[in-house]
Design a binder for this molecule. Structure first.
Ligand SMILES: Nc1nc2c(ncn2[C@@H]2O[C@H](COP(=O)(O)OP(=O)(O)OP(=O)(O)O)[C@@H](O)[C@H]2O)c(=O)[nH]1
Ligand SMILES: [Zn+2]
Length: 300
């Protein structure tokens, strides 16, 4: 039988070898992959067959993209088939520029557009955060100003046109306002999660690692909430590839005398010339050095 004849479903939760597949009419079925298939992730499109009141995933449709992080020990997938990644930042607590850069690089390598939500613009510390984001604006990353708690309606209006009809992964370290965002935008957020963990037959205390939330009843737009932003390993990237994934660096690469320039100590380096001219921010160069060393460290 050809796979096309089977039902098409969307993976809305993944927990070990259990996945919850949502049918086109919104029914949720606990499914297991047949055999030793590659790991399924939230956002995957699959072909499946009913088996009693559960199901068996027979086929994984080709992924448009896959966002993952990789440290020395393992690879962890965030989600697949994303339209965009939203990184939520704030001035208090002050966001980590290194984490932001890691997210931008990973999304860039996966071919997924990334934009930034600057939250808590009602606080004085927003001015510092805004200044820190200036190099990112300059290299073309869109920054949307938000005050999710202080000005929820204005924030909703700013977000709606960017989220409508799209699948967006939201990344944000603790304290940036990710829960506030989800509660503002997602009707019955807690119920949606509860329903999925019920379908997973996960214990009450098991929190699924990645959550899928529909933004509208027509199920056109969705938010994906994924933890694990704290240790965002980029081991999938070769040190020499790093600069090509940083747009402000990439713009200067043509000037380097050596094609395999590390932009650390070589003479005639276009990147360091751009740094000296103020076209690359010192903070970006420091993060580059940090990442370059991390990715150059011995692999086990
Ligand atoms: N001043 C101000 N505070 C906000 C705003 N949005 C969220 N906060 C506060 O920031 C804190 C963190 O918000 P959460 O939504 O819980 O953040 P989170 O990113 O989900 O953090 P965790 O729950 O720790 O993962 C809370 O005390 C919120 O009330 C805002 O627009 N302005
Ligand atoms: Zn160089």
């Amino acid at each position: 039988m050809s796979f096309e004849a089977l039902d098409l479903g969307l993976v809305v939760a993944a927990h070990g070898r259990h996945v919850v597949v949502e049918t086109p009419d919104g029914e949720r079925v606990l499914c297991h992959p047949r055999g030793k298939k590659s790991e399924l992730v939230v956002g995957d499109r699959v072909r499946w067959l009913p088996a009693g009141d559960e199901g068996v995933v027979e086929h994984l449709e080709a992924r448009r993209n896959l966002l993952f992080r990789q440290d020395e020990w393992r690879t962890k997938s965030f989600a697949a088939n994303l339209d965009a990644v939203l990184v939520l930042v704030a001035g208090e607590p002050m966001f980590s520029e290194s984490q932001l850069t890691r997210a931008l690089i990973a999304a860039g390598q996966a071919g997924i557009p990334c934009w930034i939500g600057l939250n808590k613009t009602d606080l004085p510390a927003a001015a510092d955060a805004r200044a820190r984001l200036e190099p990112y604006r300059r290299m073309g990353v869109e920054v949307v100003e938000l005050a999710l708690k202080a000005a929820p309606e204005a924030s909703r209006a700013a977000l709606a046109p960017r989220l409508d009809g799209r699948t967006t992964l939201v990344l944000g370290p603790s304290g940036m306002g990710k829960s506030t965002l989800i509660n503002l935008l997602v009707p019955q957020a807690a119920a949606q999660v509860g329903e999925i963990s019920q379908a997973l037959k996960a214990g009450r205390h098991t929190t699924t690692t990645t959550s899928w939330y529909w933004l509208d009843e027509a199920r056109r737009g969705a938010l994906i909430d994924s933890p694990g932003f704290q240790e965002f390993g980029l081991r999938q990237i070769a040190p020499t590839e790093l600069a090509t994934l940083m747009p402000d660096f990439a713009a200067a690469l043509g000037e380097c005398r050596f094609h395999n320039c590390s932009h650390r100590h070589e003479p005639g380096c276009g990147v360091r010339a751009a740094l000296a001219r103020g076209e690359i921010a010192p903070s970006r160069y420091r993060i580059y050095e940090e990442l370059f060393d991390e990715l150059s460290a011995k692999r086990w």
